[in-house]
Design a protein around this ligand. Structure first.
Ligand SMILES: [Zn+2]
Length: 235
């Protein structure tokens, strides 16, 4: 018979060691169903091509606060799009947490997301995590960042954590962090094509696609490649 109390105690004290981490597992943790593509889409597609497993955790279904999200699209449509995009870039799955936008800070505690996140980390043992940056212009992105980092620090997550920006082109605040550039020349097309799968955001896509190009091009130029994505190593 399993001693429930003991097994809980065990779980509570279980932590990840550097040597436990799986080099081939990557987590992308974001607020809305298309952030994972707008942000690190090219990098993720590149990792998938290399045989890595990419798991995407999305906090909300995106009911409205994203400036480009159209309200009349159903949750079902958003989930479908996210799954198609994930499949397209070679991801290994998407998990929606179903939190309400603008309520991440409260609901993270109320819905026990800390424990859930911890369980996922212990189960999949990702070596790398990509998430929103702390000075992202969108409050939901910053709220997610804050809570996630609290969880990672609490469990002393030993892996690498990288911050991405979804649509800011210039960002000078994170200077003290190490910046890494990933050459996405081979997967930039995949990123753009994956963004096209988000049909519910079609109108906004027109106003944002240019920034995806400009950003990848500027970052590429700085790093002497055609297209690049840049991240800040925050842990
Ligand atoms: Zn977002």
């Amino acid at each position: 018979m399993v001693n429930f109390k003991n097994s809980l105690y065990y779980a509570k004290n279980m932590s990840l060691k550097q040597t436990d981490l799986d080099e081939n597992v990557v987590f992308v943790i974001c607020a809305h169903s298309d952030d994972q593509i707008f942000g690190p889409g090219g990098t993720v597609a590149k990792y998938a091509k290399e045989g890595k497993q990419i798991y995407t955790i999305i906090f909300s279904y995106g009911e409205g606060s994203h400036p480009w999200f159209q309200k009349h699209y159903t949750i079902k449509a958003r989930v479908k799009e996210a799954l198609s995009a994930d499949k397209f870039i070679g991801g290994s799955g998407v998990l929606f947490l179903g939190l309400q936008e603008s309520k991440f800070l409260e609901q993270y505690s109320a819905r026990k997301i800390h424990a859930k996140m911890r369980r996922l980390l212990l189960k999949y043992k990702p070596k790398r995590i990509f998430t929103h940056s702390m000075d992202d212009p969108l409050p939901d992105h910053r709220a997610l960042h804050k809570r996630l980092i609290e969880t990672l620090d609490k469990i002393k997550y030993p892996g690498e954590v990288y911050a991405f920006d979804v649509w800011t082109i210039f960002n000078f605040k994170k200077r003290h962090y190490v910046q890494i550039a990933v050459d996405i020349s081979d997967t930039f097309k995949t990123k753009v094509a994956a963004l096209r799968l988000f049909k519910s955001q079609a109108a906004a896509r027109f106003s944002l696609t240019w920034s995806v190009y400009v950003k990848a091009w500027i970052n590429g130029k700085k790093n002497k490649v055609r297209y690049a994505e840049v991240f800040y190593k925050i842990r």
